[in-house]
Design a protein around this ligand. Structure first.
Ligand code: FAD
Length: 281
């Protein structure tokens, strides 16, 4: 909890024994913040299917609420149904339902073209069993033909049964608040939770942001570039920037915060501690 609002953390499913051990330590460290749930990403096309499932079940066995991501691109209905049945049988109650990014060398597009079709299918097959999260894009999804069309696509996911949304990360709080205002005007009244990306490494962040359409404001790019290989200073500066972002989001009102952890606890713990102390005074 942070300022009495729930928080959640996102992980990727590790590949190696070291990665598995590291993730165990990371979630133990982050559990002190009493997260509402931990989520685990899913490689498009099912590339991490088993690892996502194993990671989620391990967390659940440790007593955490665990939410697997499911992406539908290049999967068949049968494959998705099999996953849903396994998760339901295991008592998983929350899913993050996505289209997924088109993997390179994709052979088959699968049975679903957009996330809304996946949401609809999950509702059709499992009723209200799952709480369904979907993705939202305050700075507009990179493939969208226009901001208005993207907003309508988002509305469609809610109309067919999603319960809440987590946003792509952003460093411009105004983009988030404007997006939420536009959603309210369209009659969308589900919680839209900001996705928060801590800053670990400039090159990686810049590459990822260019691909997913998240803007790094010019002033921030220039400041981060100047740290070059001085990672400790970059991370300290990045933690200040992201703490300020979280403080602003919390002071203007958000339903929750979702942290993209990249399976690391240190920077995020600093951010949460910074923000918690801001709100004690
Ligand atoms: C919180 C979060 C978690 C994520 N986790 C994962 C993960 O675990 N694995 C992974 O592979 N990816 C993940 N992603 C990335 C996501 O899969 C990509 O951003 C993907 O490109 C879009 O997925 P979506 O579910 O938003 O797709 P959609 O909602 O289907 O939208 C995709 C694009 O299609 C457009 N669109 C939608 N419907 C229509 C329509 N009917 N006609 C025309 N255009 C339409 C939208 O405007 C958008 O441009 C995550 C993203 C977020 C924000």
């Amino acid at each position: 909890m942070m300022k009495n609002i729930p928080i959640s953390f996102e992980f990727f499913p590790p590949k190696t024994a070291d990665g598995i051990a590291n993730l165990r330590k990371t979630r133990e460290k982050l559990s002190v913040f009493k997260p509402e749930f931990f989520s685990v990403t899913f490689g498009a096309g099912g590339s991490t299917r088993d690892r996502t499932m194993e990671t989620v079940f391990e967390m659940q066995a440790e007593g955490y609420n665990a939410a697997p991501h499911i992406s539908c691109i290049s999967s068949s209905k049968e494959e998705i149904l099999e996953l849903l049945v396994s998760y339901k049988k295991q008592g998983i109650k929350r899913l993050v339902a996505l289209r997924g990014d088109v993997p390179s060398g994709l052979v088959s597009a699968g049975d679903f073209k957009y996330a809304a079709e996946l949401v609809s299918f999950i509702r059709q097959e499992t009723g209200d069993w799952f709480h369904l999260e979907v993705a939202a894009y305050p700075e507009v999804h990179p493939e969208a033909r226009s901001a208005a069309k993207d907003l309508n696509s988002f509305k469609n996911k809610i109309d067919v049964g999603a319960n809440s949304a987590i946003t792509q990360y952003f460093y411009n709080a105004d983009a988030y608040f404007k997006f939420v205002d536009d959603c309210i005007k369209l009659g969308i009244n589900v919680p839209i939770v900001p996705g928060i990306m801590p800053i670990y490494n400039y090159t990686q962040l810049a590459r990822f942001s260019d691909a997913c359409g998240a803007e790094i404001p010019r002033w921030l790019r220039m400041r981060l570039e100047a740290y070059a290989d001085d990672l400790p200073s970059l991370r300290a500066f990045g933690a200040d920037v992201v703490s300020d972002l979280c403080s602003r989001l919390l002071s203007e009102g958000v339903p929750s915060l979702h942290f993209y952890t990249l399976n690391q606890a240190g920077v995020i713990s600093n951010i949460i501690n910074n923000v918690s102390s801001d709100f004690k005074t």
